[in-house]
Design a protein around this ligand. Structure first.
Ligand code: PLP
Length: 377
């Protein structure tokens, strides 16, 4: 089996797995208790916070552990709207549903939301933001890297515009953290969401970076964990593993990136040689290992299932119901022509892929497409 869907989730790093073990079996104390059995757990939480903070150039008190990207996004959006009376939100049309649906919720509650368009490469324009932002804008939320097409957004420029108008800036960095260098200070963001299972950590754990002094309310009320900001007994084993996975990925980030770029090259060379008519989606400045293509006359969902039969896991940018093909909101936003859009697939390689996987995935895809053409003629 070749797993080429690392943007959906990643394999758990073995060292991260080993780091979890003692906190599941032996060191299971509740970090909130004062006895020494729990002190070791409290220290592990403190160390994990320090490690994560250093990976993104934050202070440990600015890292808040959550259950993952969805919770972090919801918290950033809903938690900041409670303050002040300037209540509009600006976001982009290509955000993950964790942001889009949180925005839809607050819109129903009466807070205006503007969805910025993107260009053909999926880039949110600074001019577009300048045109619609006002002193009534409370929050701008634009992702650091898109989960479908891999485009890296000009977050520091957008954050600068938001701040000049007195608005806060949040970025969903779920696809970026652990894959490209992320520095919250040079990005200039007030909040940043991350999720461990996207960088070889466990599922169901993540964090929200909240810059010191940012006015935000807790999402849930309860105990005093996470400096009184995120109630609930901490998922210590997963938090420890998340910190280890992130620091390991950050340590080898350049080597991993170089390997993934080589794999992209292999893949595109093979596909171009085959004569298949396809469009490359996303911007040149993109997440390493992300390949998003739209193949003329193909059907993305059919390709996913045929690849699955050949034991290759990929993803799609379109899904069929019984009567028609639904093109993803991202592929629609970048205006891919219809005859290509239906044939959109995402292949995302990760650190555990072998370089030969790129050749293998390309040749499997080419074989399926050629057979499909042959069966139609
Ligand atoms: N944001 C982006 C960009 C994502 O890709 C994902 C997951 O696919 C999420 C948020 C949600 O993260 P989680 O699965 O940790 O809730």
């Amino acid at each position: 089996m070749i797993y080429a869907d690392n943007a959906a989730t990643t394999k758990l790093d073995m060292d991260a797995f080993e780091a979890m073990r003692p906190f599941l079996l032996e060191k299971y104390g509740n970090a909130s208790q004062p006895y020494s059995f729990s002190r070791v757990v409290k220290k592990a939480l403190r160390d994990a916070r320090i490690t994560i903070a250093s990976c993104i150039n934050a202070s440990p008190e600015e890292i808040f552990f959550t259950s993952g990207g969805t919770e972090s996004d919801n918290w950033a959006i809903k938690g900041t709207l409670c303050y002040g009376d300037s209540r509009a939100i600006v976001t982009s049309q290509i955000e993950h549903h964790a942001v889009l649906n949180a925005c839809a919720f607050v819109e129903q509650m009466g807070f205006p939301v503007v969805y910025l368009p993107v260009d053909r490469e999926g880039i949110v324009g600074t001019d577009e933001l300048r045109q619609i932002i006002s002193t009534k804008t409370k929050l701008v939320s634009v992702m650091l890297a898109n989960n479908e097409i891999g485009t890296i957004e000009p977050v520091s420029l957008l954050a600068d515009i938001a701040h000049k108008h007195g608005a806060l800036f949040h970025t969903d960095a779920v696809q970026a953290v652990g894959h490209i260098p992320v520095d919250v200070k040079s990005l200039g963001v007030d909040m940043l969401s991350a999720s461990a299972h996207k960088f070889n950590g466990p599922k169901g754990v993540g964090f929200l970076y909240i810059k010191k002094g940012t006015a935000i309310k807790p999402l849930a009320d309860g105990g005093s964990q996470e400096f009184g900001m995120r109630a609930g007994t901490e998922n210590v084993a997963s938090i420890v593993a998340m910190a280890l996975a992130l620091s390991k990925n950050c340590k080898y980030i350049n080597e991993i990136e170089a390997k993934l770029h080589r794999m992209e090259e292999f893949f595109f060379t093979a596909l171009e040689k085959s004569g298949i008519d396809f469009l490359r989606n996303g911007a040149p400045n993109r997440i390493p290992g992300n390949i998003n293509i739209s193949i003329r006359g193909a059907n993305g969902e059919m390709l996913l299932h045929r690849m699955d039969l050949k034991e290759v896991c990929i993803s799609t940018g379109s899904a069929c119901d019984s009567t028609n093909t639904q093109i993803s909101h991202v592929i629609q936003a970048i205006n891919i022509p219809d005859e290509y859009a239906k044939g959109t697939i995402r292949i995302s390689f990760g650190k555990y892929n072998q370089e030969s996987d790129a050749q293998e995935v390309a040749s499997t895809l080419i074989e399926i497409l050629k057979n499909n053409i042959a069966s139609k003629t």
